[in-house]
Write a protein that binds this ligand. Structure first.
Ligand code: GLU
Ligand code: ZN
Length: 305
């Protein structure tokens, strides 16, 4: 059984980019007669905005994107993160790290956005303080998975991010650890999301294997940009149009789906029914991002600044 999901962080209302992720994950799940679940990624408290969750859910409903099962929230899974962290600690797969961002940046050998950690604190046995981060020993040589649209993805320890953080120095569980556990708790089989998360997928793939969870299938779809900037809820980007059919049609155009003229004025329900039937992921292969066209810019408010 295919189980897909959409996992927004409630850091603001949905923007056009996140609607595209919601739409693609929905269409893929429904075309495969699967379930489409919604999870609220609410543990990164510095990014959470009050009221955003209910705006996001209302938005999904207006677009006709109704979810299966009850909504789940990361905040319900904290005990599970804790148990798994203790288990990894018990197997000596973690260590405490007090390196500052500055130290990590200075030791960085890579020209990628994300610095590569040089495993400086591994073996140092730093005592745990309430300012230390906890890293997972990531001793993988070469790992590979096939992304459905982006093709084979591989890395080895020399071009991965080194030992990575699973509990942050502000004592919050890191996204990389949480997402693997969350997906497993929801029995997710297929992950469809934006290419901005492609580079961290190998870490999640590694954790998923380490925990002996069943393998997930990944598909990373292009992200929407304006002036080469990715849209973001935290930046105040939002959808400013209440014509939900139009928003769906522009989303489908962004996803390079074929659209027949007579469907353009249909209700969201009918548009989705048509789109599920005709969902085609081939045109999305190997595309990492797409600049919005003028119509789409009008829908994505604030994004033209
Ligand atoms: N909560 C993450 C975000 O809003 C997405 C997590 C995921 O899809 O793995 O960017
Ligand atoms: Zn360190």
């Amino acid at each position: 059984m295919y189980i897909g999901r959409f996992a927004p962080t409630p850091s603001g209302p949905l923007h056009f980019g996140s609607i595209i992720t919601a739409l693609a994950s929905y269409l893929d799940a429904k075309q495969n007669n699967g379930q489409w679940k919604v999870r609220i990624d609410d543990i990164d408290s510095p990014r959470i905005v009050e009221g955003a969750e209910s705006l996001i859910l209302k938005n999904l409903e207006s677009l006709g994107l109704f979810w299966d099962d009850k909504i789940s929230r990361q905040s319900e899974n904290i005990q599970e993160y804790k148990n798994i962290l203790e288990m990894l600690k018990g197997k000596n797969l973690t260590y405490n790290c007090n390196c500052s961002r500055k130290q990590i940046a200075l030791s960085n050998q890579s020209d990628l956005n994300e610095p590569i950690y040089n495993n400086h604190c591994r073996g140092m046995q730093h005592p745990l303080s309430n300012k230390s981060a906890i890293r997972l020993i990531a001793d993988y040589k070469s790992m590979q998975f096939i992304d459905r649209t982006q093709g084979p993805q591989s890395t080895d320890i020399n071009n991965s991010a080194g030992d990575f953080i699973i509990k942050r120095s502000d004592q919050l569980y890191a996204y990389q650890l949480a997402v693997v556990i969350d997906d497993q708790l929801q029995s997710v089989t297929n992950i469809v999301r934006g290419t901005d998360l492609l580079s961290s997928t190998i870490k999640q793939y590694y954790i998923n294997n380490l925990l002996n969870f069943p393998e997930k299938t990944y598909m990373h779809i292009p992200i929407a940009t304006i002036n080469n900037r990715k849209l973001s809820k935290g930046n105040g980007d939002k959808v400013n149009n209440n014509n939900f059919s139009l928003v769906l049609i522009e989303g489908l155009k962004f996803l390079k789906q074929k659209i027949e003229k007579n469907i353009e004025d249909a209700s969201p329900r009918e548009i989705l029914k048509y789109a599920v039937k005709n969902w085609d992921t081939i045109p999305l292969q190997q595309i990492k991002d797409i600049e919005l066209n003028p119509n789409q810019r009008v829908i994505a408010d604030n994004a033209h600044t």
